[in-house]
Design a protein around this ligand. Structure first.
Ligand code: COA
Length: 399
């Protein structure tokens, strides 16, 4: 491997669902003080997919602008990371490959480890690019977070897909070595094959996440990583945005650094803008944090010209069960010319608000498992739709 070869995130684009449920509607239904949602967990609203949307349609919608900008000639690998897979055998990425008409000379695979898998996909992609820097890898993280109605997890649902083009000499973020790694066998969140909704022990999942923050940082430091004061910001996995604050406070404490609220606020504030209105998007969440950070670049440094040019950003990717990784990226000077800020804000603003009753009906929808012909109602205004389940096969259309 050439030591001067830089690899990382060349482009990043996200998509989310057709609908949005404001937490005010959930609070009005279940009698919760809205302060618990807005302040206690840091959530304002959650994206809800239409009946004809799923992880595939969101993934294709996220990746299409990347393929339109860069072409598909150099993409020889698609890695699809998800917790909310639609098939036990076929990779959701193969549907995306078809919808985007990617070249047949391409490998496509799906990765799973709760909310962590997109980071495994990113690291795998970097390895492939280092082996052959002429190639690019399309990494897609797409998830619909679904908990039982009337459960504590209900307020932390959401849906989104983030697509990232990984390549040599990236335009946005250079991913650095080393990584700090941590795995522990813990039952904080899981979803047996026969369930559509996740099972979770909320308090245990918070404790397991904080334990993983320590574990990854310890390993990162031992591997010769940067000291905490070198980072301009930290992108944490955000099942709810208050978790980023808890995690960063915990990290600073662990490192023996001052934990005044200003320091915590400066490090994570700009990373929460999208997750607080989209909700938990599992594998996509840590990269939505990055999107929010980069898109608010102008606000980062009190309006200095370079924004985050050349600055280091820390990433803490956590997936229940559990696997976690801490790594660093350096923001590439000039990155702001390559952002998709207007499209990202439009993806959020275009969502149609649901009443609580409409959301509940969508939540309770599922396809019969009888192999019959089950067309979906035409609801999405996005570029791709799940048209039907017919003979146990998912049929997708380009609108
Ligand atoms: N105003 C302001 N804050 C309030 C409040 C109010 N009226 N009422 C409660 N709060 C605060 C609580 O103090 C608590 O904050 P703290 O954790 O900083 O002390 C927060 O709101 C949540 O309250 P809590 O009683 O813990 O809520 P809960 O029992 O409904 O559980 C989750 C919250 C996040 C654990 C739950 O939504 C869940 O299980 N989510 C899914 C799993 C998950 O996201 N895990 C994260 C790690 S991956």
């Amino acid at each position: 491997m050439s030591s001067d070869l830089t690899t990382g995130i060349h482009d990043l684009s996200f998509a989310t669902g057709e609908y949005v449920l404001p937490h005010t509607a959930l609070a009005a239904y279940n009698g919760t003080d809205i302060g618990k949602y807005h302040t206690g967990i840091g959530q304002r609203s959650m994206s809800v997919p239409a009946a004809d949307e799923d992880i595939v349609t969101m993934a294709a919608a996220a990746a299409a602008p990347i393929v339109a900008r860069h072409g598909a000639e150099r993409i020889r690998t698609v890695v699809f990371a998800t917790e909310s897979s639609v098939d036990q055998a076929k990779s959701a990425g193969v549907y995306v490959h078809s919808l985007l008409q990617l070249p047949s000379a391409c490998r496509v695979v799906e990765l799973k480890q709760a909310c962590y898998a997109a980071t495994a996909a990113l690291q795998l992609a970097i390895g492939l690019v280092r082996r052959d820097p002429s190639q690019q890898v399309l990494v897609i993280a797409s998830d619909v977070s679904k908990y039982d109605l009337d459960s504590p997890g209900e307020a932390t649902q959401g849906a989104a897909a983030v697509a990232m083009l990984i390549g040599a000499d990236p335009a946005l973020v250079r991913i650095e070595e080393p990584s700090g790694l941590f795995t522990a066998d813990v039952m904080d969140f899981w979803r047996p094959n026969y369930r559509e909704t996740a099972l979770v022990d909320g308090q245990q999942s918070i404790a397991a996440y904080l334990q993983a923050v320590e574990g990854t940082w310890k390993d990162y430091a031992e591997q010769g990583g940067r000291p905490p004061q070198e980072f301009a910001a930290f992108c944490y996995h955000q099942p709810f945005t208050k978790m980023a604050y808890k995690a960063h406070r915990h990290l600073l404490n662990y490192c023996g650094q001052a934990t005044d609220e200003d320091a915590v606020e400066r490090a994570v504030k700009h990373t929460t803008a999208y997750n607080s209105v989209i909700g938990n998007s599992y594998t996509a969440s840590v990269y939505l944090a990055l999107a929010a950070l980069l898109d608010q670049a102008g606000d980062q440094t009190g309006g200095q010209d370079g924004g985050l040019d050349g600055r280091s950003v820390g990433f803490l990717s956590y997936g229940s069960g559990s696997v976690a990784e801490f790594f660093a990226g350096t923001v590439v000077p000039g990155y702001r010319r390559h952002l998709r800020t207007a499209a990202h804000r439009a993806a959020i603003d275009r969502r149609t608000p649901l009443t609580y009753a409409e959301y509940r009906e969508l939540h309770q929808r599922s396809f019969p498992a009888d192999g019959g012909d089950h067309p979906t109602p035409a609801q999405t205004t996005g570029p791709f739709r799940l048209a039907a389940l017919r003979g146990h096969k998912r049929l997708y259309d380009t609108r």
